[in-house]
Write a protein that binds this ligand. Structure first.
Ligand code: B12
Ligand code: SF4
Length: 438
């Protein structure tokens, strides 16, 4: 039997995913991979030695990454795949296969394409969906050289059903094993919350919405539409742990859709108040799920900054995206948030099929009129698993980049030449962001 040593590997993404903050023209900062760190905590609880190689932080070239992984002498390696890092992860898998170590794959891309991934060179098994309830049994079987357990969501080259792994109760999961990553190397500076260290955590998983550009509905299966929440006590305990162990001075809640349930948000607020928390925090909110009253309550217990996923200032595009709210309502809420003294942030997608210059102008106008503090414009990329991906592929409106993602034809030239990419994108966004860039 091989050693019970598990190495998680997260390959870096090519930099074509950039989305720019038009105030600072800086790309998005990586945050600790909470999903992988939760799997790591599950395995540690079962007595495994675990290492996490997050190459979006270390940025090792392939040979050095391979050397670091093999030096750990893992009995099993698990690759965490998004659609953007999938090509790099598959290349790594082919190289690692020469060492004879069993290779598992999971993550959003493996969840959309489990069979294809399970058939890739070197990969033994892929998991579709959340792996928290299957990872221990799977790793145990693989390290012992036994057949993989017959559990939903587990795919080999020729077995596996068309379903995702079961989702458990979130309160039963251990806190993410943050001690396995260099937490200081991640984006802990979130000045709109505090000048001190800010750490991220999640209070829920899942989202009942079905935005056409989002890969979540296709990746996580029907379970995903059920918004599952942690108890307020468990969230507050994790915050206290973060303060005690890492000196957190503020928090950033990052998850699919924290505000789906009003009862959940209010329970969190009540718990923060009950424990006398004075921590400043930030979260993302869906325009259709928060109202003025809830926002006011959140501000009363430390909310300093809110990200509203607006995506477009054009009602026509919002309908096409199935966002579930109007540009007028988004504007109203943003202005209200500002009147409460909140720092506001929002993202807009550009280049969706069917979008016209007028639609783009409407997005820029909305950002201007509401004086959003942080505006992120992002060129649309089609991720498999999203409804739009299938639609645009069928109509051949875009060209495929590798085999994983779709990029609007107009952007291909900018993306193709990496030496020019950054400058071109900066210029592109600088023009769009005449709102804020001097
Ligand atoms: C928080 C978040 C971020 C954070 C932190 C990401 C991180 N380090 O975890 C930040 C802000 C950095 C970020 C950035 C980006 N993100 Co993001 N992000 C999310 C979000 C909202 C939550 C992630 C999360 O915690 N999920 C919950 C946990 C439980 O899921 P998980 O991490 O995937 O892990 C579970 C399973 O996947 C599986 N699993 C994962 N790894 C492995 C490995 C093995 C071996 C096994 C067996 C199982 C397994 O088990 C885990 C536990 O249940 C997701 C949405 C989502 N639902 O996943 C998008 C999401 C992952 N992001 C996405 C995108 C596109 C991006 C960006 C490209 C955006 C951009 N344009 O800049 C960048 C890319 C950054 C990068 N280098 O990868 C897409 C990925 C789409 C795709 N198909 O690949 C998602 C799915 C959102 C979406 N629907 O579009 N993101
Ligand atoms: S984009 Fe956000 S609101 Fe829309 S389906 Fe995806 S997670 Fe839900």
């Amino acid at each position: 039997m091989k050693e019970r040593r598990f190495a998680f590997v997260i390959e870096q993404c090519p930099d074509l995913s950039v989305r720019w903050n038009t105030n600072t023209l800086r790309p998005i900062a990586p945050l600790p991979p909470l999903g992988v760190l939760t799997l790591a905590a599950v395995l540690e609880r079962e007595g495994w030695s675990v290492a996490v190689f997050d190459n979006s932080i270390s940025k090792y070239p392939k040979e050095r990454l391979l050397a670091a992984i093999t030096a750990f002498q893992p009995g099993v390696v698990g690759l965490s795949m998004t659609s953007l890092n999938a090509p790099g992860s598959l290349e790594l898998a082919a190289s690692l296969s020469e060492t004879g170590v069993p290779l598992l794959a999971g993550g959003p891309h493996a969840s959309v394409r489990p069979r294809e991934v399970a058939r890739a060179i070197g990969i033994t098994t892929a998991v579709a969906g959340e792996a928290d309830l299957v990872i221990a049994a799977l790793a145990e079987a693989v390290v012992r050289g036994q057949p993989v357990p017959e559990m939903s969501g587990i795919y080999t080259a020729d077995s596996g059903e068309g379903v995702t792994a079961p989702s458990g109760e979130l309160d039963d999961l251990p806190d993410p094993a943050r001690h396995l990553v260099p937490i200081e190397s991640y984006g802990r500076t979130v000045r709109d919350v505090t000048d001190g260290a800010v750490d991220s955590l999640a209070t829920s998983r899942g989202c009942p919405f079905q935005c056409t550009f989002c890969s979540n509905p296709g990746a996580w299966g029907s379970e995903y539409r059920r918004h599952r929440t942690r108890s307020a006590a468990s969230v507050a305990d994790e915050m206290e742990h973060l303060v005690g162990r890492y000196g957190s001075e503020g928090f950033f809640f990052r998850e699919d859709n924290m505000t789906v349930s009003r009862a959940h948000v209010l329970a969190l607020c009540d718990e923060f108040e009950r424990r006398g928390f004075r921590y400043p925090w930030k979260c993302e909110a869906h325009v259709a799920t928060v109202d003025e009253q809830v926002l006011e309550r959140m501000v009363g217990v430390g909310l300093r900054s809110v990200w509203l996923g607006i995506e477009s200032g054009s009602d026509r595009m919002l309908r096409r995206m199935r966002k579930g709210f109007s540009a007028g309502r988004a504007k109203e809420l943003l202005l209200f948030a500002k009147s409460l003294g909140l720092h506001t942030a929002s993202g807009f997608l550009l280049g969706l099929p069917g979008e016209t210059e007028n639609d783009i102008a409407a997005s820029v106008r909305l950002a201007e009129q509401t004086e959003i503090d942080d505006v992120w414009f992002q060129v649309y990329i089609g991720y498999p698993g999203s409804a739009l991906y299938e639609e645009i592929r069928a109509h051949q409106l875009v060209e495929a980049q590798w085999h994983t993602i779709l990029i609007p034809r107009t952007e291909i030239a900018s993306f193709a030449d990496s030496s020019k990419r950054e400058g071109q994108l900066r210029e592109h966004f600088r023009q769009l962001a005449r709102v804020r860039c001097a």
